[in-house]
Design a protein. Structure first.
Length: 543
């Protein structure tokens, strides 16, 4: 549990924060204060020359004149230093206030003491010092002024013959100094708190505006701000795509020029209030959108916030939900099919063991066995497809993984290892589920083995790095005829196959597993051989 600092220290820290945040305002105030000091000293000289019979300098005219001239020089030097902002701010202010007390005290002495009426000249510097320094040392400056007045009275009493000290008047004047300093201190405290509050609110507003801007920029819905003249004042990137706003468009384009139908509906909404609009198709993007208008009032202007919701995106999300539900349903059906299918296969095996001499019966049993195996493979593929979202990507070093994969594949398929050529460096690391990548490569290499020439180097596994992105390309290339161009668009569709005993789910499942790992699987066109490419994300451990 933390404790808060004392109020005085807390306020002092706040004042320091404001001073550090707004140094220019402090120096500017000090500069104007020095202008006032220079004018005050010049005014004293002017009054002395214009009114020679005044009480100013009545006791010691020569000392008064030299002191006033020195005060003018002091004011000029202080003004120059404040303008240059060279020395420490607090030191300058303390030196200048001490100089004010010294010069005004000498002027009072040379004019006959406190009854000369020059004592109140220190009220303005004390108040200014308290305000400029945000209350720091305000009472200290008042103490210096009070001590100066009392010392002047005491010195005059001891050294001026026949002088009658006015200690009561000096005490009242000192009390006035402290009162002015205290008021300046309190006023500076409130001013500092107000500035700090305004600064904090400005920071909060700027942060909120930045957050709102980021949210609007990343929204999947289009957002437009249209003024009362139909000009687009602001828009997010999605809205620009929907209505065809390009960077070359002027700063405030007319909505009617880019989306006339939308502009007409906006005009109808402004004229008739709440109106339910049907879906609007925007020609610029050929997308159907749902529109929502929200009035925004401020600064005497009436703007309208236009939300454009892409209906195709909503439909795609609904389709994904349907497919997910369908996937769960097919998985349950596959489980239910597997049990009777196993019974049928087992019964067929028992009949085959009887070694019947009837060729018709044996042919029928072979048909049962082949189709049972095919159905079992379909069920297995459906179950694997349902588990594609259970990906646990890890950092895979492709060099070691690929060498181990080739060894396992050649052993399982009973082929020579020299049928593969590996073109891969040791540094490549990708994020991929180990089991998923093994199954994807097994499917691609099994297809490549089926259609290649089965010569040394017929299947090539090549890994390259994309120049402009954070991705790794994993190519599976064989020297076979490849997929005919007319069938490329159908090759990844479920249950599409050109093999007699195929299920048509291999490439579809491979692509879905790649998607589950943030990768992509495609068949490259314009190649004379079979060429599949997996585009994977680099791992953070990539070197």
């Amino acid at each position: 549990m933390t404790t808060s600092p004392p109020p005085e220290k807390s306020w002092q820290a706040t004042a320091d924060t404001v001073a550090a945040t707004h140094p220019g305002s402090f120096w500017r105030s000090l500069f104007y204060f020095n202008v006032y000091r220079l004018l005050m000293a010049s005014g004293i000289i002017a009054i002395t020359w214009l009114y020679p019979d005044s009480s100013m300098g009545s006791y010691d005219p020569q000392l008064f004149l030299y002191t006033a001239l020195a005060y003018i020089v002091f004011g000029g030097i202080s003004l120059l230093l404040a303008r240059m902002q060279r020395l420490h701010f607090d030191r300058q202010l303390a030196t200048q206030i001490s100089g004010d007390v010294l010069f005004v005290t000498i002027l009072m002495y040379s004019s006959g003491g406190i009854q000369s009426g020059l004592g109140p000249l220190l009220l303005a510097p004390l108040a200014a010092a308290g305000l400029i320094s945000r209350g720091r040392l305000a009472l200290f400056y008042a103490s210096i002024a009070s001590i100066g007045i009392l010392l002047e009275e005491s010195y005059s009493l001891l050294h001026v013959q026949g002088y009658q000290a006015q200690y009561l008047q000096a005490g009242l004047l000192s009390l006035g100094y402290f009162a002015v300093a205290w008021l300046a201190h309190k006023l500076a405290k409130y001013t500092t708190a107000s500035e700090q509050l305004a600064l904090q609110r400005a920071i909060d507003l700027a942060s909120m505006a930045e957050v709102n801007q980021l949210v609007i920029q990343d929204m999947q819905d289009g957002v437009l701000v249209v003024d009362e003249n139909g000009k687009i004042q602001q828009h997010n990137p999605q809205a620009g795509k929907l209505i065809g706003l390009t960077p070359e468009v002027s700063a405030a384009p007319l909505l009617a020029e880019h989306a006339p139908a939308l502009a007409m509906q906006l005009a109808a909404w402004r004229a008739n209030g709440n109106i339910d609009f049907d879906l609007l198709r925007i020609p610029a993007s050929d997308v159907s959108v749902r529109i929502r208008f929200v009035p925004v009032k401020g600064d005497g202007r009436i703007n309208t916030l236009v939300f454009l919701e892409d209906v195709s995106r909503i439909q795609a999300q609904a389709q994904q939900l349907k497919l997910a539900a369908l996937g769960r349903l097919t998985a349950n059906i596959a489980h239910e099919i597997r049990n009777p299918l196993s019974a049928i296969g087992h019964a067929a095996e028992l009949l085959e063991e009887e070694k019947s001499s009837d060729p018709t019966q044996m042919r029928l049993l072979r048909i049962i066995r082949d189709n049972t195996q095919r159905l079992d493979k379909i069920v297995q593929n459906v179950l694997e497809l349902n588990r594609r979202d259970r990906a646990t990507p890890e950092a895979l070093h492709l060099a070691g993984f690929m060498h181990a994969f080739v060894a396992d594949f050649c052993h399982a398929e009973k082929v020579a290892s020299d049928i593969f050529v590996l073109d891969i460096a040791d540094r490549y690391v990708v994020n991929f589920d180990r089991g998923h990548l093994n199954q994807v490569l097994w499917n691609l290499c099994h297809n490549a083995l089926r259609y290649c020439r089965k010569q040394p180097g017929s299947i090539r596994l090549k890994v390259t790095e994309e120049v402009t992105g954070n991705y790794i390309n994993l190519d599976v290339i064989d020297d076979g005829p490849g997929i005919p161009p007319a069938l490329l668009s159908q090759s990844f569709e479920p249950f599409f196959t050109t093999a007699a005993g195929g299920t048509g789910l291999g490439l579809y499942i491979a692509r879905e597993m790649c998607k589950a790992n943030g990768a992509a699987l495609d068949c490259l066109e314009n190649t004379a051989d079979g060429h599949f490419r997996i585009v994977c994300r680099k791992s953070v451990n990539y070197v």
